[in-house]
Design a protein around this ligand. Structure first.
Ligand SMILES: C[S@@+](CC[C@H](N)C(=O)[O-])C[C@H]1O[C@@H](n2cnc3c(N)ncnc32)[C@H](O)[C@@H]1O
Length: 228
């Protein structure tokens, strides 16, 4: 069955990437410079970043395209005594009646947006920012040579309580489009029997820094800074 960040993918993601911590978390927290700042995390997924922000009393809300990821975010929040404010929405269609002081998209997730939706997505985010608001986003940068895997290749195993999830992938790098096309297959396995399979297409766009700065500028982001 085809899915995008579906149930099995979400279980694998949550088992390896549940809560942000350490230097990565400190980096994003360093942009919260006032206690009353309103923060938005588009593509918030399982709340890996959103929940540590909430734990520090930061007013943050999020949205994501995947109901499975959001379900994990809400459940994880509740288990920690929090009520995450997260909704299902697409970045390219996002509208809000509220303006945010900081919009943050970690983990290279913006690179998941197909080229034809990038300008539209940035325009929607710009509308959701306050006058002095900042957009802090991460992208995947220049992949010169992608690894091509034409056949399903086993690339990991996640052990759950009574079952496991076997991950297989195929990849193809399109250098002209600078997109790494990956197909991921998640097999839910119990007693050596495959109970269920999920297949996900996962194109990731790689950008040159200068080209991405131009994309931001043409979408009216006037002061563009690069952090590394
Ligand atoms: C790599 S995960 C990152 C999740 C979380 N932000 C983190 O740092 O762990 C990428 C997330 O982007 C979401 N996503 C992908 N395309 C999207 C879109 N067009 N609109 C909203 N969410 C999207 C996926 O569902 C997934 O949860």
């Amino acid at each position: 069955m085809k899915s995008y960040y579906g149930e099995l993918c979400t279980k694998v993601y949550e088992s390896g990437k549940s809560l942000a911590e350490g230097r990565e978390l400190e980096f994003y927290l360093s942009f919260v410079t006032r206690p009353d700042m309103q923060v938005l995390e588009p593509m918030c997924g399982n709340g890996r970043l959103l929940i540590p922000f909430m734990q520090r009393g930061i007013a943050i809300e999020g949205f994501d395209i995947s109901e499975d990821m959001l379900k994990v975010c809400r459940e994880k929040g509740r288990s920690l005594g929090l009520e995450p404010r997260v909704d299902q929405a697409k970045l390219e269609e996002f509208v809000s009646d509220k303006n945010f002081d900081l919009i943050v998209i970690p983990f290279g997730s913006f690179s998941l947006l197909p080229d034809e939706l990038v300008d539209q997505g940035l325009r929607q985010l710009k509308k959701a920012l306050s006058d002095q608001g900042k957009l802090l986003l991460t992208i995947m940068v220049e992949l010169h040579q992608g690894e091509d895997l034409a056949e399903w290749t086993e690339s990991g195993m996640t052990q759950l309580a009574n079952e496991s999830i076997r991950l297989y992938k195929k990849t193809r790098y399109d250098a002209e489009k600078a997109v790494l096309f990956t197909e991921l297959k998640y097999d839910l396995v119990k007693d050596d029997r495959v109970l269920r399979t999920e297949i996900m297409e996962f194109p990731v766009r790689f950008y040159g820094i200068d080209a991405f700065k131009q994309i931001l500028e043409r979408n009216d982001f006037r002061q563009v800074f690069e952090c590394s």
